[in-house]
Design a protein around this ligand. Structure first.
Ligand SMILES: Cc1cc2nc3c(=O)[nH]c(=O)nc-3n(C[C@H](O)[C@H](O)[C@H](O)COP(=O)(O)OP(=O)(O)OC[C@H]3O[C@@H](n4cnc5c(N)ncnc54)[C@H](O)[C@@H]3O)c2cc1C
Length: 485
């Protein structure tokens, strides 16, 4: 009940819906904290993910919590923000609603302004079947699966070597894609094998593992230029990484992969553990928006936006980050952050009746990639840096951008363990980490098949029937898992 002195609102507040809790979604929501709006952030995960450090979760340096704090906790003090879990399956630009789903339950959220920041997923360039054996690295699930696969390969190798069997296919790791993620991943697997694990096994010599970095391009780290690319390649090779350039992956299976060299010849690499770090494809929501507005999609599925990041004919809808195509801006965190802040400011100005801002202008703060401990490359403006100085810059920038003081402190401790002590704090891996993705994909309707239908309270008979069906599928082999031998 209103008390004297309270302001009683007669008109509802402007409703902003934000799709995604990544760099664009989170920074856009935060930028609206002082605006007279109600913000609803809808995302398919409950966390904000710091993707640039996924490779450190995969290789046992950091825990998943350190790079993926709960969005709800991050926004707890922002009174005008509400967080909803949901996989957005539709946007109706005419009705101004967003439809999302969780475990078969549908939810519709109306908006006055919409900020779309659903990012991108891994691209296999039309060969999606590669994903089964060469997981990408875009989510916490991906990183934990890879951690399980990497550490699991060493375990199987130890077991089989103790029986006198050949284990070279288990001790060969292939990383596809020599961009920053691939370079960082290859460097970390090599350091893990050569330093961290070298005393832990009895039947295998982990310092003899092969780590192969494959790319169809002619240099590593193309966006960093030829000089830093050559420097990085040299560093990787000194670490024991085999860099194979001009080599295109044409087939992938459980035991290895096939590459085609520039002369057209094909060869096979026997390797159980493969990591795909080669390309990205914008969220399919881009297509939904393109169909309703006629906006063009580029080859990576990014939607063409106006210079103020809005959709053609829809000044109330902003698209930012990896999903948006404007002036060939790169798919990096700063583009998403700056774009989202720009969109938030535009919404704020509109509801205050102020004139719109100038078109969006990206300020390039530079790029960096680590090669190994104490060694990185960085470009800042015209400056080209490599080695320890670049690594210190990498450390400072990443520490600054990790969300939350608690996570910054624990990440720093874990980095000390790894970079000074050559150890890893997060080596735990379980069977479910490795096989759950495939098991879920074998279900016709994913996880929603494992819970009761919406509005349906299961009876004891229903549950028994379901258990019997599960047992039948398992017994008949309709649900199973592949073995590596
Ligand atoms: C392994 C890796 C390393 C990287 N390293 C760097 C780096 O070193 N430096 C750098 O600048 N950039 C780096 N990037 C790129 C950078 O992370 C992205 O450019 C940035 O995250 C884009 O921000 P975004 O908001 O557009 O998308 P994201 O941050 O990917 O966020 C997308 C959000 O949308 C949600 N979402 C997606 N689809 C739906 C849906 N249908 N319904 C609801 N929610 C949905 C996701 O769950 C997520 O919360 C890296 C990326 C990866 C994968």
């Amino acid at each position: 009940m209103a008390t004297p002195g309270d302001t009683v609102r007669t008109t509802p507040r402007h409703r902003v819906v934000v799709i995604g809790s990544g760099f664009g979604g989170l920074f856009g929501t935060k930028a609206l904290r002082r605006s007279d709006v109600d913000v609803t952030m809808i995302a398919k995960t409950t966390h904000h993910l710091f993707q640039p450090l996924l490779y450190q979760v995969a290789t046992g340096i950091l825990s998943e919590g350190e790079i993926a704090p709960p969005t709800r906790e991050v926004l707890a003090k922002q009174r005008n923000a509400t967080v909803l879990l949901g996989d957005v399956t539709g946007v109706d630009l005419t009705a101004r609603t967003v439809t999302s789903e969780v475990l078969g339950r549908t939810h519709v959220t109306p908006y006055d302004s919409l900020l779309v920041a659903a990012g991108s997923s891994q691209s296999y360039f039309g060969n999606d079947h590669f994903a089964r054996f060469a997981p990408g690295m875009k989510s916490i699930d991906d990183a934990l699966e890879l951690r399980g696969r990497i550490f699991g390969a060493f375990e199987l190798a130890e077991l089989f070597a103790s029986e006198g069997r050949d284990v070279s296919h288990l001790l060969t790791f292939v990383v596809v894609g020599a961009g920053p993620t691939g370079v960082e991943m290859a460097g970390q697997i090599a350091e893990l094998a050569r330093y961290t694990l070298k005393r832990d096994f009895r039947s295998i010599n982990t310092s003899k593992v092969r780590v192969i970095l494959v790319d169809a391009a002619s240099q590593v780290l193309p966006p960093f230029g030829a000089k830093l690319g050559a420097w990085s390649q040299d560093r990787l090779e000194r670490l024991g990484v085999e860099v194979q350039l001009g080599a295109m992956v044409v087939a992938v299976d459980e035991r290895g992969l096939e590459v085609q060299d520039r002369d057209g010849s094909r060869r096979r690499i026997e390797a159980v553990t493969k990591v795909w770090a080669a390309g990205v494809q914008a969220s399919p929501l881009g297509r939904t928006l393109a169909e309703q507005t006629g906006a063009a999609l580029d080859r990576a599925g990014r939607i063409a936006v106006n210079p103020d990041l809005t959709l053609p004919g829809h000044p109330e809808v902003f698209v930012v980050g990896d999903m948006a195509s404007l002036d060939h801006l790169p798919g990096v965190a700063q583009v998403a952050i700056q774009g989202a802040r720009y969109a938030a400011k535009q919404i704020d100005r509109r509801i205050k009746g102020k004139a719109p801002q100038h078109p969006f202008k990206y300020f390039d703060k530079g790029s960096m990639a680590t090669i190994s401990r104490f060694s990185a490359v960085a470009t800042v403006g015209k400056l080209r840096l490599s080695g320890f100085i670049a690594w210190l810059m990498w450390l400072g920038v990443h520490l600054f951008y990790i969300t939350g003081f608690k996570n910054q402190v624990t990440a720093l401790l874990h980095w000390a363990v790894t970079f000074i002590g050559n150890d890893r704090s997060e080596r735990t891996a379980t069977e479910q980490q490795i096989f759950a993705r495939e098991a879920l994909q074998r279900l016709d309707h994913g996880a929603s098949e494992l819970v009761s239908a919406p509005g349906h309270a299961p009876t004891r008979e229903d549950l028994e029937a379901k258990a019997l069906e599960e047992a039948r599928l398992t017994d008949t082999g309709a649900r199973g898992r592949s073995e590596v031998s």
